[in-house]
Design a protein. Sequence first.
Length: 254
Amino acid sequence: MEKNTRKIEPGTPTPDPKYHLEITADGPYLVYGNPPLQQEIFVLNKEQIPWEYAKGHKYPTDNEPTALCRCGQSKNHPYCDGSHHHADWDPTLTAGNIPLLENADLYDGPGVQLADNTEYCVHARFCMARGTVWQLTEDSDNTEAHDLAVHESMYCPSGRLKLWDKEEEKFYEPPLKPALGLIEDPQEECSGPLWVKGGIPVNGPNGTEYEQRNRVTLCRCGASANKPYCDGTHVTVHFQDHLPLSTELEEKMK
């Protein structure tokens, strides 16, 4: 990719400039600024669909930079252990750098409008937690439907779904601080993407500056067809980082 002027999605906070993430051409993610790194584990509702996150184990990012695996084959997840040198994977960064909202489909409701860019779908399923977010948007003149649409759209980790408040003329966005998450999906028995939160800038090789967003999910299994972004392939390939889950999840499941 050629160098570009970084685009910034509406609703994105401005983090401390010490934070940034660099994607190496054929190796790991390099994390700068020592942001917190912690498991984010899907917790199901009574309908057996993801509804919230449980905080899992924390992992240090003391090294400057900290190298995180993106080939999916490290024996020391979440860190890079050099496995990319002999792994059978394609590190090519194939995603375009068009702003997410520019290619989003729009779904209109009475008081809100939903932007949906399916290229960023990570199969998190929050959008179906209690009625689909698309139907809830259509029915958003009902207070409960409106509130559910807000919840489901804001829990989408990739930001594929963004809800626009017509009256306030602003997007609903969760108040995320700069941090990294390791998404875990016990229901599907797989591990998910690297969740980059709070506007941490993501840079590629050769000066590429990806769109800066509040919610970004980067491929961690090495198999996405839309690198550096996750496209949900981790579910198909049953990617596992083999990290133990936390006691907080156990408490939530009681």
